[in-house]
Structure formats: C-alpha cells, structure tokens
Design a protein around this ligand. Structure first.
Ligand code: ADP
Ligand code: MG
Ligand code: MG
Ligand code: MG
Ligand code: MG
Length: 443
C-alpha cells in the first residue's frame, strides 16, 4: 500500500505501535535492524535517522561512516507476534550518503539502479516468483541447534502430530496476516524439508518479501522448538534447499515474454533474455549460489542443476520454461539457493537478461534429453557447459564477466569478492571429517 507519512503516523497511534524497526540488507544478505521507540517517528519519516555504516561488515570505510536510512513507506508492516511488550512495526529502508545521494553499497538501492536501466529499455517491471526451500532442525533443551531433523517421514507421510506440519501451517497463517499471497506450501523430498511459494511481484517487493519470509519462518520455527535453516545443503545424502527463481518482464499490463504467434508461444524478448541468462550463467552463479556450501547442492542426483542448458519440458536443466502462458509466461532458473542475497541475485539476473536483449542474443537449442545421462562429448556438441563446481571457480568466472560486475556496481563487487575470497580461503584451510575418514588410516 502507498501510505503517506501522515497515514503511517495515524496507524501507528491507533494500533498502539511502541517500536519501529528499520530494516536493510547487507552485502552478505543478512537483515540489519535499527530499532527506535515510536517517539522518534518524525525523525524516521523525515529521513533524519543516522547509523554508523562502518559498524557493518563490508559497507564503508571509517571516514565515510555516516549513513542515513530512508524508509520505503510501502513496506510498513506491524509484526503480529511481538504484541506483549507493545507492538513492533517495521519499515524497509534504502541507504543514503550524508550528501543525499543513494549509497552505492546498498544492495536494495543497487537493484533499483539496475531496474531503472531496464525501464530505459522500455520495460516497466521485472517480475520475480521465488520458491524458497528450508529445513527444520530440532533445538535441544538449552536451545542449541542440533543436527536432528524434526521428522523422518517422506513426501506422503500422514502425521497429524508432526511438529513440522503444524509449524509450517502456522508460518503460512502468519504470512497471510502480513499480506502474503501464499500459493502453495508442501513437504519437500527430503525429511524435515519444506517449501512455501508466494505470489510473484516486481523485483524490489519480491526481494523484500524473501527477507520478510525468512524472518517469519525463523521466528515461528523457534516457537516450536525448531531451527529453520536456509543453508543450501545441510545434510549430505539428501536433497539440498534451492530457491528457484521464476522471472518475466512486463510492459504495463502485458507480459513481454508471451507471444501467441511465437515459437512455443514465447516472444523474441523471452528468447533473448533466456540467451543472456545462458551466456552469463557461470558468472552470476557466484552471486546466486554464494557460499562454499552452495556447491555441495549443485551435484547430480538431487534435481539440482549441474549443466547450463534450457528446456521447455524436463526439469534437469538450469532453466526451464514452465508450460503456463499468458500472464504466467516465465523462465524458471533452478540454480539459485536461499543463501543468496536476493537483491544482488536479482540485479545480476536482470542485467544478464537485458544483455541478451540489447545484443539480440540467440539461445542454444533446447535440450529435451536427460542431460545427466549424456556423455561429455555429447554435451560439448550440444553446447552444454558445466556450472562452476566450487565457489572458487564461480568467483573466477565472476571476475571475467564485466556485465555481471556492472550489475553489482564496483562498490558492492569489490566488497563481495573480498568477503567471498576470504570465505573460500578459510574453507580451504580446514581439514574435514571426510578427509580423515578417507586418508587417516590409508596413508
Ligand atoms: P514449480 O512448478 O516449479 O514447483 P511453483 O508453482 O511452486 O512452481 O512456483 C511458481 C512461481 O512462479 C510462483 O511463485 C508464482 O507466483 C510465480 N509466477 C507465476 N507467474 C509468474 C510470472 N509471470 N513471472 C514471475 N513469476 C511468476
Ligand atoms: Mg513496495
Ligand atoms: Mg514449487
Ligand atoms: Mg521444490
Ligand atoms: Mg520450481
């Protein structure tokens, strides 16, 4: 809803809101909060709220540390679960420098920058429909996280007393109270694993929704003595958690990917966007699958993509064109996982697609065979290449792709790269349980 500042003040008073939580997202995708009592509401709405940017990892240097929070009034939301100490309302904020210019290191602001480039090319919105998956783990009596999954059932097990099912329902109810349109919620393939899908929205709203969604899922899970995790591959031997991203471009009320008379009823724009997604796939993987652990999910055998290819029919390739047409015409990218910063991931995906449109790229042939059973030679002939196999390899691809670097902007790119290189280096220096099992006795 497009609230005015006056309306927000009125609602806050009528609803007896006691605290305002000002939220933004850092480069690693973590939600950051500045909480202020309601007495500060005028200051908040007048863009006078300041915070120390240098206290946030990878944000700014000390000498430029005064940052301002500009709340986006359309994101006003009263949290339903914290009423005991007085109600808490949140506003998602953009970050500005003290001279009144948008801060280049703000992932949400950066996405706005990329989207305005899209608008210059004649599109009105980039629509995003995410399918986040997550696991529920038990907490022990001291509230520590365990590696015990909260259920051992498979896909169709009927368990009315199952903690996971009740918890998931409660999450859905809370989301609906917050205005989410939940389209589906189901147990996933692995034990303890769940998926909740909500209706697509324009990229900024969809990313805000993803951040809110994670907060709601974690908060409600806690009430059930559970820990919800969006870690991509928490357990080996069972499926990991992805966050398929469904995407389309709109021109006003028209879905620009739909063309009744096009091949497969897809427009030239859709094919060009697809070609851009294929061309830049290896580079944006670093952003869409940004953890060491992400690459443990991108392996054969669990429906996660391993090769760069597209198809209208089967679910093994990186990009699928779901069969719906009209308003629901979309491309589904299946590599993204929920450890990604949604604002950064979206920025790279739009930029990749727009590059396809601007350069009138043509995608390779559709792959209708099961790619996992093709030989390497067959794959090469069909122009099917591999996704990066590690974070290290993905970062190398990112460094070579100026289009994806431009999608992040140099401020974010440099901070992201440095943080991720440190993450890789720390991982590389650790000796794992697997290695001891494999080598300790053998050598
Ligand atoms: P799957 O068959 O892959 O499990 P789901 O039905 O779980 O797909 O999720 C489909 C997602 O695609 C939903 O979030 C839905 O809102 C979204 N979606 C539908 N139409 C569009 C569109 N035009 N652009 C982007 N996303 C869309
Ligand atoms: Mg909005
Ligand atoms: Mg789904
Ligand atoms: Mg799923
Ligand atoms: Mg899907």
């Amino acid at each position: 809803v497009d609230y005015t500042a006056e309306e927000i003040k009125e609602i806050a008073q009528n609803e007896n809101v006691r605290f305002l939580r000002l939220m933004f997202t850092d480069v690693s995708g973590m939600i950051k909060n500045v909480e202020v009592p309601i007495s500060q509401i005028d200051k908040v709405l007048d863009h006078k709220m300041m915070f120390d940017g240098s206290s946030i990892e990878g944000f700014v240097r000390i000498e430029e540390s005064d940052m301002y929070l500009y709340p986006d009034l359309t994101t006003w939301m009263i949290f339903p679960w914290e009423a005991e100490h007085g109600k808490v309302a949140r506003l998602i904020c953009d970050i500005y420098n003290s001279d009144g210019t948008p801060f280049a290191g703000d992932p949400r602001g950066n996405l706005k920058r990329v989207l305005s480039r899209m608008q210059e090319l004649g599109f009105t919105s980039f629509e995003l429909g995410p399918e986040p998956e997550f696991f529920l783990f038990q907490l022990d009596k001291d509230e520590n996280i365990t590696t015990n999954l909260n259920d051992h059932g498979g896909y169709f097990d009927f368990a009315p007393m199952d903690l996971g099912e009740n918890c998931r329902r409660d999450i859905v109810l809370e989301l609906e109270k917050l205005g989410f349109e939940v389209e589906a919620s189901h147990h996933e393939a692995a034990p303890g694993q769940h998926e909740i899908d909500f209706k697509y929205a324009d990229a900024i709203d969809a990313c805000d929704n993803i951040q809110t969604f994670k907060l709601v899922v974690k908060t409600i899970a806690r009430e059930y003595g559970l820990h919800a995790t969006f870690m991509p591959k928490p357990m080996d031997g069972i499926a990991g958690s992805g966050m398929h991203c469904n995407m389309s471009l709109f021109k006003g009320e028209q879905n620009a990917f739909y063309d009744e008379s096009g091949e497969m009823e897809l427009s030239t724009t859709a094919y060009q966007f697809l070609a851009g997604l294929i061309k830049h796939a290896r580079a944006y993987t670093a952003v869409c699958d940004p953890t060491v652990n992400s690459y443990k999910r991108l392996v054969p055998g669990y429906e996660a993509p391993v090769h760069v290819a597209w198809s209208g029919h089967n679910r093994s390739p990186l990009i699928r064109v779901p069969s719906s047409r009209g308003m629901s015409t979309r491309l589904e990218l299946r590599s993204v996982d929920p450890s990604a910063n949604p604002y950064l991931a979206s920025a790279t995906l739009v930029e990749a697609g727009l590059d396809g449109i601007q350069n009138e790229l043509v995608p390779p042939e559709e792959v209708s065979r099961n790619i996992y059973v093709m030989s390497e030679e067959e794959r090469t002939k069909a122009q099917i290449f591999d996704l990066p196999s590690t974070l290290h390899n993905a970062l190398k691809e990112l460094k070579d792709d100026s289009v994806i670097i431009e999608a992040l902007g140099s401020h974010i790119y440099e901070n992201f790269l440095e943080a991720k290189q440190m993450e890789w280096s720390a991982f590389r220096q650790t000796v794992s349980e697997w290695e001891r099992k494999q080598y300790l006795e053998l050598y």
